[in-house]
Design a protein around this ligand. Structure first.
Ligand code: NDP
Length: 247
């Protein structure tokens, strides 16, 4: 994949949650390639990337707010925030534990809200910025026979959270959009395949392109939504699923 197509990202301050691995990491590398200064908020750092790391669990609203206030006091309000932190737990609805329900909603939905709110306040005060939330095609389709009711509900929530914030903040210069990937080759899907290898064939059969996407392909869309190239877009969800949801 080639870089250098969004000159306006050069020198921008970009905050990425979940930037230590997977889609978040691929996007961090692409932002760095555009000349952006990147700060990663994650549970664990990644020594291989040239980005500042702040250890934060996005479910901890106080820690997220403190990170946002400290960072902004030091470097100014971020220009871009990407919410890529996310987890999945699989179990059929009738047996899913309360812990698995709550943790997934806490990380994927509440965590995204805490980050949008904490950094969004500073972006609103600065009168500019772009937030990109990673939802999922699972926010639109149930993905049966996979059993991930908490994940699906959390991602539908992320899509609607995105639209609501976009409406509230559009006239103050802050855009909020989401991207909904299909199956992407990361540790998250690798763990699902390890538990149920037969899923690989199901995914390929149901995806018209016949393959998993790469983190870099999702990163391309995130960069577009973060840049001025998408200046008219807010409250949009961009589906990147190899056609999975056309059925
Ligand atoms: P990975 O599991 O590869 O990476 C997830 C990242 O999120 C890790 O860096 C992880 O940190 C971090 N993280 C998890 N929980 C927290 C937390 N509480 N606070 C801060 N950081 C946290 O996932 P993907 O790259 O595959 O997924 C990224 C996003 O894309 C997720 O929101 C996921 O739901 C979504 N998505 C993924 C798809 C896919 O097929 N892979 C499809 C559709 C959507 P650590 O390394 O420390 O655990």
């Amino acid at each position: 994949m080639t870089d250098a197509i969004y000159p306006d990202l050069d020198g921008k301050l970009v905050v990425v949650t979940g930037g230590g691995r997977g889609i978040g990491l691929a996007t961090v590398l692409r932002f760095i390639g555009q000349g952006a200064r990147v700060v990663v908020l994650d549970l664990a750092g990644n020594a291989d990337i040239d980005a500042e790391f702040i250890e934060v669990d996005v479910t901890d609203a106080g820690a997220v707010a403190s990170a946002a206030d400290t960072l902004t006091a030091r470097l100014g309000a971020p220009d871009v925030v990407l919410n890529a932190a996310g987890i999945v737990r699989s179990a059929s609805a009738e047996v899913m534990s309360a812990e698995d329900w709550t943790r997934v909603i806490d990380v994927n939905l509440s965590g995204t809200f805490h980050v949008c709110q904490a950094f969004g306040r500073h972006m609103l005060a600065a009168g500019r910025g772009a937030i990109v939330n990673i939802a999922s095609m699972s926010g639109t389709v149930s993905n049966f026979p996979q059993k991930q009711v908490s994940y699906n509900a959390s991602k539908a929530g992320v899509m609607h959270l995105t639209k609501t914030l976009a409406g509230e903040w559009a006239d103050r210069g802050v855009r909020v959009n989401s991207v909904s990937p299909g199956y992407i080759a990361t540790d998250l899907t690798a763990a699902l395949l390890e538990r149920e290898p037969e899923l690989g064939e199901v995914w390929r059969e149901r995806t018209p392109t016949g393959r998993l996407g790469t983190p870099d392909e999702v990163a391309s869309i995130i960069l577009f939504l973060a840049s001025e190239a998408s200046s008219l877009m807010t409250g949009s969800d961009v589906i990147a699923d190899g056609g999975y949801t056309v059925w």
